[in-house]
Design a protein around this ligand. Structure first.
Ligand code: FAD
Length: 398
């Protein structure tokens, strides 16, 4: 029996565990929390993520939970276009409620995945001659393959790739889903969706559709995400919401309407952090197979291109593909190295594009802003379209 331990039951870990189980691996999924839970907000999934889900065999329900996101262009806070929307073109990204995606991934685990909650991995045994193993202080979990999908602060990565450290990206983000029954009624000429860039601030909104309507989240509502340069705010959610309403007070509609309809309990604040440098490799052969890094554990990046979870799904699809036919031993060790060779250059490319976007998004000061606005007309469409092309171009390995 081929065995795998997956550490972390976020999007990446759930996708990897389900994918490996469907390829005949006996999987143990370790999660430090007392239950497996979703983020409670929403995610934008680019076509690369949708292809990864298809390749993992868990895309069946996607049409029912995903709302297409047409290109909305980019505006200034006064409503003027910085970048006009493109009409037509390639496959569109979609927006999904995190709980819906989570439910789909949990359903994809099947009955070959043993789930252990309350298991916080603290130790790693990675000796060339020993079977890979991790421990939570009470138990040691041995397997042919250990998948580190334990997020940006990954305990496994800290042991295997200590050169990579977590740093602040210099901004904080707030996300909320306004449930469908509290969504503001907007005039017909004010679209819900859109992206707006100000001096050190950004606001993105997307509709999750009406609950139960075709092609919409089963939960419905409006998703928005606000980003502000600077540190996270220590105040209560109610005060944070007051601050957000003040920062975005003179922005074009519907930004103010959405913030007015948001309640403190809807708000999720996150410090935006990233890995610098990226780990030198994503595969570490050992014993009968080895360790791999996946998702934010491998390549946490700022959210500006909305690619973190997409890459985690790509990782999971690639891992399933390289491990599908292998047997423990040299073959599995070679597969671990193949995974690293396939995934690291891809992550480096997307992280590089994301960092260029960070510089554009965090511009502050009147002169710098004017230069940015002038440059955005040429730089950003190129940047955004190259990011979109890179995303759309990725195909799961055969
Ligand atoms: C504001 C914001 C907006 C974003 N928007 C998008 C978007 O629109 N599209 C997109 O693709 N990406 C987006 N992202 C990125 C995306 O959220 C992440 O890249 C993705 O969730 C990473 O998933 P993961 O499974 O790798 O890690 P995580 O979701 O962090 O999951 C890690 C899991 O491991 C568990 N764990 C941690 N340590 C241990 C341990 N020692 N032992 C056992 N379990 C452990 C955790 O409890 C957790 O369940 C956004 C990020 C932010 C901050």
């Amino acid at each position: 029996m081929r065995t795998a331990v997956v550490v972390g039951a976020g999007i990446g870990g759930l996708a990897a565990a389900g994918g490996l189980a469907r390829s005949g691996w006996q999987v143990t999924l370790l999660e430090r929390d007392d239950r497996i839970r979703a983020g409670g907000t929403a995610l934008i999934l680019w076509p690369n993520a949708v292809r990864a889900l298809e390749s993992l065999g868990i895309s069946d329900g996607l049409a029912a939970i995903a709302t297409p996101l047409p290109d909305t262009g980019v505006r200034r806070p006064d409503g003027q276009w910085l970048v006009q929307p493109r009409i037509g073109g390639t496959r569109l990204p979609v927006v999904v409620h995190s709980d819906d995606l989570h439910d789909a991934l949990v359903a994809g685990l099947g009955d070959r995945v043993e789930i252990r909650t309350g298991a916080a991995v603290r130790s790693v045994r990675a000796n060339p001659g020993d079977r890979p193993a991790v421990g939570d202080g009470r138990h040691t979990y041995e397997a042919d393959i250990v998948v580190a999908a334990d997020g940006i602060d990954s305990a496994v990565r800290q042991r295997l790739a200590p050169e990579s450290t977590v740093v602040s990206s210099g901004c904080a983000a707030w996300r909320a889903v306004i449930p469908w029954y509290r969504a503001p009624r907007l005039p017909g000429d004010v679209p819900v969706r859109g992206e707006t860039l100000g001096a050190g601030y950004r606001f993105v909104a997307a509709s999750l559709g009406e609950r139960g309507s075709a092609g919409a989240s089963t939960r419905g509502g409006i998703y928005w995400i606000a980003t502000a340069a600077g540190a996270p705010r220590p105040e209560s959610p109610a005060t944070q919401l007051t601050l957000l309403r003040r920062w975005f007070s003179d922005w074009h509609a519907p930004v103010g309407d959405l913030l007015a309809a948001t309640e403190p309990d809807d708000l999720v604040q996150q410090e935006v952090r990233e890995l610098r440098p990226l780990p030198r490799g994503y595969g570490f052969p050992a014993g009968t197979g080895g360790f791999v890094l996946l998702g934010d554990a491998a390549h946490a990046m700022p959210h500006h291109l909305g690619q973190g979870a997409c890459l985690a799904l790509e990782d999971a699809a690639t891992l399933r593909s390289v491990l599908r036919e292998v047997v423990p031993g040299q073959q599995a060790q070679a597969a671990v190295e193949t995974y690293s060779r396939m995934r690291r250059p891809r992550a480096v490319t997307v992280v590089r594009q994301t960092r260029r976007m960070s510089a554009v998004l965090q511009t502050r000061g009147r002169l710098a802003l004017r230069a940015r606005d002038a440059a955005l007309g040429t730089i950003s469409p190129r940047l955004m379209s190259s990011a979109a092309t890179a995303a759309a171009a990725w195909k799961p390995p055969a």
